[in-house]
Design a protein around this ligand. Structure first.
Ligand code: FA5
Length: 341
């Protein structure tokens, strides 16, 4: 029996050397330790032996069984470790900081048009400033000469937070901070997302982008304002478009204007994108009210300035012929993936 056990052990160990995966290891285990395996067969062959012989041979077989079992478990662990080492080594071959080689998404049309407008104003000496989306009553209204009873301050139009802060309803909310930061003379644009609690349609969203611009210097007049607005529009559209300037009231400018462009979706005929008027309100503007300049720490005896609030999302509609403003926030890839940068 002893020699038979030794023979099985040696055969097992040499077969184990040739094992390279879990399936082969399992086959070897079944061959030796399975119900119909060698170990089980040896156990059955003990039946004819006497009590003492049976006990001694049984112990030897059990020892063999334990040795094979231990060897199989150790081999299985080694196989797992080798698999893991291989994975780690192959992961190390990749430089995760390298840029991807495929095409992954595209820039949003509002981002594209924002970059275009930024480039135009930067080339005319403007700096691009940032301002948070969360602000407060002072910056969004008070510093802009918007009186306490003005409807814009109403809960119907403005999203207030329980801590008294609010989501900025217009990029004008940044005017005071930027005037105080830089003083005069000043040329700055500040794009940003705005939020208004209003019903949405083809040209109104509750979340949309504006780009504010201010220019403050000695002798700034309405003609400077008109020059910059015209330059911006002709650069963006690269063609003549119909524009109209009409009086508009905003407490933070005096005089104030509404700058509309002829709807490019319907060529001024009237459609849902322009609420059938043929015109789209795009860029209200005006001469900054002296009280707003004062609150911004600007010397009004020396400086005047203009400000504008460009509807960036609407500009993107006109620039790319997108009929419905709701497409911008829809996440509809059919629409958005057309805009490869
Ligand atoms: C304002 O927000 C003023 N702060 C603009 C301003 C700045 C005037 C500086 C004078 C001087 P208004 O609410 O009209 O104004 O919005 C400005 C532009 O933002 C609109 O002409 C329009 O193009 C865009 N806009 C306004 N509301 C929405 C909306 N719900 N959805 C999409 N675009 C909008």
């Amino acid at each position: 029996m002893e020699s038979q056990i030794l023979e099985h052990k040696n055969n097992f160990l040499s077969a184990l050397k040739g094992v390279s995966d879990n399936a082969a290891l399992e086959a070897l285990r079944v061959e030796y330790l399975g119900k119909k395996g060698y170990v089980s067969a040896m156990m059955q062959s003990l039946r004819g032996l006497s009590g003492e012989e049976k006990k001694a041979a049984g112990q030897l077989i059990n020892t063999l069984k334990n040795e094979l079992d231990t060897a199989i478990r150790a081999f299985s662990e080694n196989l797992e470790r080798a698999k893991l080492d291989k994975l780690v080594a192959s992961a190390r071959e990749y430089d995760v900081s390298l840029p991807g080689s495929g095409s992954y998404g595209s820039l949003h049309p509002v981002t594209l048009v924002q970059r275009e407008v930024e480039e135009i104003f930067v080339s005319m000496g403007f700096s691009v400033e940032e301002y948070p989306e969360l602000t407060d009553d002072f910056n969004c209204f008070e510093a802009l000469n918007i009186p306490a009873h003005h409807p814009a301050r109403d809960m119907q139009d403005t999203y207030y937070l329980s801590n008294g802060q609010l989501l900025k309803t217009h990029t004008s909310a940044a005017q005071n901070a930027i005037m105080r930061k830089y003083g005069a003379p000043l040329r700055a644009i500040f794009p940003g997302r705005c939020f208004r609690n209003e019903s949405i349609d083809a040209c109104h969203e509750n979340t949309f982008f504006q780009m504010e611009g201010i220019m403050i210097d000695e002798d700034i007049s309405i003609s400077n304002l008109i020059y910059f607005m015209k330059t911006m529009l002709s650069e963006v559209f690269q063609r003549d478009i119909k524009v109209r300037l009409r009086p508009g009231f905003f407490p933070f400018v005096e005089p104030g204007f509404e700058l509309d462009i002829s709807c490019l979706i319907c060529n001024g005929e009237g459609c849902p994108s322009c609420k059938d008027s043929g015109w789209l309100e795009l860029c209200p503007c005006g001469m900054i009210h002296p009280r707003v300049l004062e609150m911004g720490g600007i010397d009004t005896a020396r400086y005047t300035g203009f400000a504008f609030g460009l509807g960036l999302t609407r500009l993107a509609m006109m620039r790319y012929g997108i009929k419905d403003i709701r497409d911008f926030n829809s996440g509809n890839l059919k629409v958005l993936s057309q805009f490869k940068s």
